[in-house]
Design a protein around this ligand. Structure first.
Ligand SMILES: NC(=O)C1=CN([C@@H]2O[C@H](COP(=O)(O)OP(=O)(O)OC[C@H]3O[C@@H](n4cnc5c(N)ncnc54)[C@H](OP(=O)(O)O)[C@@H]3O)[C@@H](O)[C@H]2O)C=CC1
Ligand SMILES: CC(=O)N[C@@H](CCC(=O)OP(=O)(O)O)C(=O)O
Length: 310
């Protein structure tokens, strides 16, 4: 029996990549509204009530509207927007952190934000295992490809006169901060310094740490070993070992990837460390993560149909 999947927002950046990942998957029949029907409330109501699983690839307000259209007890939802990431009654769609069974059993799954995916992959397990303090004032520096801002930012970065670099978030009120604090179990909100470069996809998310100033003095080697143990057997997340690379690059035209690589750099003497996650904002940062949760919700291998080669 196939699972019917309605993608609301299927013409957007995230929606199109989910369609790509589901193309050719015989386990699913995919419905996407076309033309004027895309934003027609009657058509959307019917589609969301008729499907087994709806994947919302919409701005936050439209995602809330879609959920309110559900009139049955059966439609399950994966919401790619940030509308429900810290909401009661929603399961956070990060299987490596919340457990595969929690996603498999969930009715309402909120897909993590792209930047929080990198931050939480690094910090949440280390805080949970007691290697890093929950009450530390963490900072997150991040660089994203421009598809991270959806169609509007893609148009801006593909227009003549596009910027070579864009830093933002200077109001220190970026919507991802609440999600990072809650799901890492932190006492304080992070300082978050995001930026965008003229590469279509990909991101590097970094958490710099003054290890020597922490009680108990964790070392970079301890943190790396703890992360390696935590992600043992994960098809999507790996922790680099061996000699540290001298540089990390984002390619302008990188192919899609649903993997995430974690790095722990430490200096001589062990005073400082830099925790770094490199991922595709549209892969493990959005569409790949949504398909990973969809697979689990349907009792399938989490990595089915995903791109794990890059
Ligand atoms: N891009 C990324 O890397 C990531 C995105 N996300 C989140 O995923 C969601 C989608 O983002 P993204 O794909 O980038 O955004 P886009 O702007 O690329 O796409 C959004 C789509 O939603 C459609 N839409 C807007 N309002 C409605 C409505 N009322 N009814 C039906 N369709 C509507 C738009 O229509 P139209 O085509 O006419 O504009 C568009 O196709 C957002 O919440 C975003 O924050 C999360 C993680 C990463
Ligand atoms: C480059 C860029 O603009 N990125 C987006 C975040 C992309 C993402 O994670 O999506 P959500 O908004 O659904 O969390 C931003 O900073 O708002």
């Amino acid at each position: 029996m196939t699972t019917s999947v309605f993608i609301d927002g299927a013409e957007g950046t995230t929606g199109l990549e989910i369609r790509d990942r589901l193309a050719g998957r015989s386990e699913f029949s995919v419905l996407a509204l076309e033309g004027d029907a895309r934003k027609d409330i009657t058509a959307r109501r019917q589609a969301i009530n008729d499907c087994d699983i709806a994947i919302l690839c919409l701005p936050d307000d439209a995602a809330r509207e879609s959920v309110a259209l559900i009139e049955n007890d059966t439609t399950r939802v994966i919401d790619a927007s940030s509308a429900h990431r810290v909401a009661e009654g929603w399961t956070y769609g990060f299987p490596e952190l919340v457990g595969r069974e929690a996603i498999a059993d969930a009715r309402f799954v909120s897909n993590p934000g792209c930047y929080p995916t990198g931050f939480l992959a690094l910090v949440a397990p280390l805080v949970r295992m007691g290697h890093l303090p929950a009450d530390w004032p963490y900072t997150v520096n991040a660089v994203s490809g421009y598809s991270g801002g959806g169609k509007a930012l893609i148009a801006r970065f593909e227009a003549e006169g596009a910027p070579a670099f864009r830093a933002y978030g200077y109001d220190m009120a970026h919507k991802h901060r609440a999600e990072m604090k809650l799901h890492a179990g932190l006492v304080h909100e992070v300082i978050f310094a995001p930026s965008v470069v003229p590469a279509y996809r990909g991101m590097v998310v970094e958490v710099p740490l003054h290890l020597g100033a922490m009680a108990g003095g964790p070392t970079a080697d301890t943190l790396r070993a703890a992360l390696r143990e935590f992600y043992t057997g994960s098809p999507m997340v790996s922790v680099a070992e061996g000699p540290a690379p001298a540089e990390l690059l984002l390619e302008r035209d990188a192919p899609p990837s649903d993997r995430m690589e974690l790095f722990v750099f430490g200096n001589e003497g062990g005073w400082h460390a830099r925790l770094v996650a490199r991922l595709d904002n549209l892969g493990k940062g959005a569409s790949g993560a949504a398909v990973q949760s969809l697979n689990l919700m349907c009792g399938l291998p989490e990595e089915a149909g995903l791109s794990l080669t890059a």
